[in-house]
Design a protein around this ligand. Structure first.
Ligand SMILES: C[S@@+](CC[C@H](N)C(=O)[O-])C[C@H]1O[C@@H](n2cnc3c(N)ncnc32)[C@H](O)[C@@H]1O
Length: 223
């Protein structure tokens, strides 16, 4: 029963990402991205990120935790357009996973990208790619996002649907210290649910392999 469910889920994720990949085929006209994604996918063909994350969490918390997921780049492109996110500035991805989204943001949208991730192997591989593709505008750091000192950030992306309320509140206190016009995109919850220092400006239906939810654009109240 459990094996059947797991096979079904794997197939569902694969079909979803294949569909998303078809929709994103135009990105591959960019040769740098084509080459990047070919090598990146090759490495991760042998290193399933969902499994890497599960093993990492199993070791840390001594139980099975399924925390990993990825935002399809086509969905991120729609989000950026719909939320009218400025095309310049420093983009912080909190909990960047293996970092495909951060690379895409850096290659196509020319942001200065800071990616924070706690799983060392994801960070090591990302830094290998930063080196070989000479991606000067990107930093990929192995850090706990709850302890990371936020400074000079314009846009934040937080796909942390499994974060506890306490952890979200810690992050909110950090966000409060940022520039007045900072834009924070969250998935499945608004920040004003936890603290009315922030207000939700817009929402957008977003698809993940596990189903649909909402992405929210949060800004400081009164801005
Ligand atoms: C749902 S995945 C999102 C990956 C990526 N942002 C995306 O949208 O494709 C969440 C990631 O956050 C990382 N993460 C969770 N808690 C973290 C923490 N306290 N510090 C750093 N990374 C964390 C997990 O390891 C995981 O890779």
């Amino acid at each position: 029963m459990l094996i059947g469910k797991s096979i079904f889920l794997t197939i569902r994720v694969k079909i979803f990402f294949f569909n998303q990949w078809l929709k994103s085929i135009r990105y591959y006209l960019n040769l740098k991205f084509l080459f990047f994604d070919f090598l990146f996918s090759f490495i991760y063909f042998f290193l399933n990120p969902y499994r890497v994350s599960r093993k990492f969490l199993e070791k840390k918390f001594n139980k099975k935790i399924y925390d990993y997921g990825e935002t399809p780049i086509t969905q991120m492109e729609k989000l950026i357009k719909y939320f009218k996110i400025p095309s310049k500035g420093t983009f912080l991805e909190l909990g960047a996973g293996r970092g495909k989204l951060s690379f895409w943001l850096c290659f196509f949208l020319k942001y200065r990208v800071i990616a924070i991730e706690r799983i060392p192997i994801f960070v090591k591989i990302a830094n290998f790619f930063i080196k070989i593709f000479k991606t000067k505008n990107m930093k990929f750091l192995c850090k706990d996002m709850l302890k990371y000192d936020l400074k000079d950030i314009d846009i934040i992306y937080l796909y942390g649907t499994t974060l506890s309320s306490d952890k979200i509140k810690i992050l909110i206190n950090k966000f409060k210290k940022l520039k007045p016009f900072v834009k924070i995109i969250t998935i499945s919850y608004t920040l004003d649910k936890y603290d009315n220092y922030f207000v939700c400006k817009k929402s957008f239906d977003i698809s993940f392999p596990w189903g649909k939810t909402k992405a929210y654009l949060n800004i400081k109240r009164g801005m």
